[in-house]
Write a protein that binds this ligand. Structure first.
Ligand SMILES: O=C(O)CCC(=O)C(=O)O
Ligand SMILES: [Fe+2]
Length: 320
């Protein structure tokens, strides 16, 4: 079922023109690599040059991500993309306009960053279907991708997940689904809410993490009961007690009832607040002919300092 999110903030024509200008000028100053620390620093500084309308939307979202816990910016200049890649581990290594847009917008809510275990720590990663991986519960798959907090198992999971559409699905499949704790929690029974606050859950690393592993026992809901954080992966989180398992079953049912969906079009950028919002994707049928759905993804970390002991040389990549 497809439902629009309650709010889609609108960028003005001037906002879009300004954004394009700043992103182009960032590309003009690029070296040969997206992850060149000098280019990441240039993106951070260029944030200040973005139109006030863009900065205001992103900064307000950073402060409070609203009832949907996701922001949708539309009509961004992604140019005319080459054929959609169809290989495992695909990432945008060379500077392009979409890569510039992602690093720029990620510099608003925080700083861009990545995990060495995922796509070699590339800051801009391709989200594309890969032949033979159709059934995988990861972004290379094309079956339904179930609801998840990004890297739910990790102590330094990203605060925001940015997904920029370069090419939509030609059959209108592959809708991005988001489900915010602010919609889920009021629909849960008191008993389930209490159970989700207990540290009686374990979450395994996703298949994209080549080294795998399971984080320590954690709670699914944390923080103020009026507006809790939510950490859950339908495919990877298990309950360690009967009550925990019952609570997850109810959480799943409510998430599937309360989600919002969007069919991303080229130039649409979704920013998901990973502290409070789950995301997933409906199934689609790839043809591997260069015209398949193609998103590019960047993670933003609100306080990069917190993961300093995971990032050798104070770089952008978490090594563990
Ligand atoms: O394909 C999508 O819409 C979402 C994929 C996803 O969950 C991700 O790349 O983190
Ligand atoms: Fe994801």
């Amino acid at each position: 079922m497809t439902r629009p999110a309650t709010e889609t903030p609108v960028l003005t024509g001037d906002d879009r023109t300004g954004l394009r200008w700043v992103a182009r000028s960032l590309v003009d100053r690029a070296g040969t690599r997206v992850d060149d620390p000098a280019w990441v620093a240039a993106a951070r500084r260029s944030w200040e040059d973005l139109p006030g309308g863009v900065r205001a939307l992103v900064r307000e979202f950073r402060r409070h991500s609203g009832p949907d816990g996701r922001l949708l910016l539309t009509g961004l200049p992604v140019g005319d993309p080459p054929p959609t890649p169809a290989v495992t581990g695909s990432a945008q290594l060379t500077p392009t306009l979409p890569a510039a847009l992602l690093l720029l917008v990620a510099s608003g809510p925080g700083d861009p960053g990545a995990f060495a275990a995922e796509k070699s720590g590339a800051l801009v990663q391709d989200v594309v279907p890969v032949p033979g991986e159709e059934e995988v519960q990861g972004n290379v798959g094309s079956v339904e991708l179930t609801f998840h907090t990004e890297n739910a198992f990790h102590p330094h999971r990203p605060d925001h997940v940015l997904l920029l559409c370069l090419r939509g699905d030609r059959d209108d499949g592959g809708e991005l689904r988001t489900c915010c704790a602010r919609k889920i929690v009021p629909d849960l029974t008191e008993r389930t809410r209490e159970a989700l606050y207990r540290r009686e859950f374990a979450t395994a690393a996703p298949p994209s993490f080549t080294e795998g592993g399971t984080g320590s026992a954690h709670a699914v809901l944390t923080g103020d009961p009026e507006d809790p954080d939510l950490c859950f992966d339908e495919a990877a989180t298990t309950g360690l007690t009967d009550q925990a398992r019952d609570a997850l079953a109810e959480l799943r049912v409510v998430a599937h009832r309360r989600y919002d969906a969007v069919r991303l079009r080229p130039g649409d950028l979704a920013v998901v607040d990973n502290r409070v919002t789950l995301h997933g994707r409906s199934a689609f049928t790839p043809r591997y002919d260069g015209e398949d759905r193609w998103l590019q993804r960047t993670f933003a970390f609100t306080d990069l300092r917190r993961s300093r002991d995971h990032r050798p040389g104070d770089g952008s990549v978490l090594a563990k």
